[in-house]
Design a protein around this ligand. Structure first.
Ligand code: KIV
Length: 283
């Protein structure tokens, strides 16, 4: 199983690694089979799984439920659970309580929280002291979308860039075992990566990070609408889903499905009687 120490080793060895989001059992099993070393039960689930326009509405209980499903499906990956909006900002006690829930109830191995500054740094310190490894997240922090005025690249301005670098340094000093760099210029991400001993994981932060992360729906081509520049789809499952559903509906309408191959044979006498050999899905 991948641990937080393995990520440190990957950085020391100059080995780049991948992280993907996962929100359900089946996908977690598949990504584990693909040997993805880190799976993030991200609060992006609020958007791609629950249909919210931002990550703000998703709750602790929803994150715990999705995390449970992922931890049932993955046995090799390091599992990181996102602390959702307002689950750690109000007090350090709440941060430790909610971080603990992600480990105790959802089976995560670590948590992620967004932003720098005294609150995030103190929460990182206390969670780490409590035995809950913390992944930081700086740059474009989607939980602050209202303060940032949209999902905009951060750190183009030198003062903001310096602040992001300082946030990353402070999170590392507080015990963060890795830091996500989201939506920042590539040169800034490379500079932060060189300045830190812990690995950085980029999304929209260029090739200079130690690892990369994508939302799995983007990777698989399941998301619709305008894609951010940093998204690369490695499959086109969205189109395949629509096509498969259309073909199925057409075959049902034409009476082509189910055919003999997908039907059970038997004498008329058993019709209407429970057959213990036949379970749902033919299993
Ligand atoms: O919630 C999420 O998916 C994330 C990644 C984009 C890093 O935070």
């Amino acid at each position: 199983m991948t641990t937080v120490l393995d990520l440190q080793r990957f950085k020391a060895e100059g080995r780049r690694f991948a992280m993907l989001t996962a929100y359900d059992y089946t996908t977690a099993r598949l990504l584990d089979a693909a040997e993805i070393p880190v799976l993030l039960v991200g609060d992006s689930a609020g958007m791609v799984m629950l249909g919210h326009p931002t990550t703000l509405p998703i709750t602790m209980d929803e994150l715990v439920m999705l995390g449970r499903a992922v931890s049932r499906g993955a046995s090799n990956a390091l599992l990181v659970g996102d602390l959702p909006f307002l689950s750690y900002q109000a007090s350090v006690e709440e941060a430790v309580h909610n971080g603990g829930r992600l480990l105790k109830e959802a089976g995560m191995h670590a948590v992620k929280l967004e932003g720098g500054g005294p609150t995030a740094v103190e929460a990182t310190r206390r969670l780490t002291e409590a035995g809950i490894p913390v992944m930081g997240h700086v740059g474009l922090t989607p939980q602050s979308v209202n303060r940032l005025g949209g999902f905009k690249v951060q750190g183009k301005d030198p003062k903001v860039a310096a602040r992001i670098l300082e946030d990353a340094r402070e999170l590392e000093a507080a015990g963060a075992f890795s830091i996500v760099l989201e939506g920042i210029p590539s040169p800034l991400a490379s500079k932060i990566t060189a300045a830190l001993a812990v690995p950085t994981i980029g999304i929209g932060a260029g090739p200079g990070c130690d690892g990369q992360v994508l939302v799995v729906h983007d990777l698989l081509g399941l998301t619709t609408g305008r894609k951010p520049r940093f998204v690369k789809a490695y499959a086109n499952l969205g189109e395949q889903v629509v096509e498969a559903a259309r073909r199925y509906a057409a075959e049902v309408a034409e009476g082509v499905f189910p055919d003999a191959e997908h039907s059970y044979s038997g004498s008329l006498e058993v019709v209407g009687e429970a057959n213990p050999e036949v379970k749902y899905g033919g299993r």
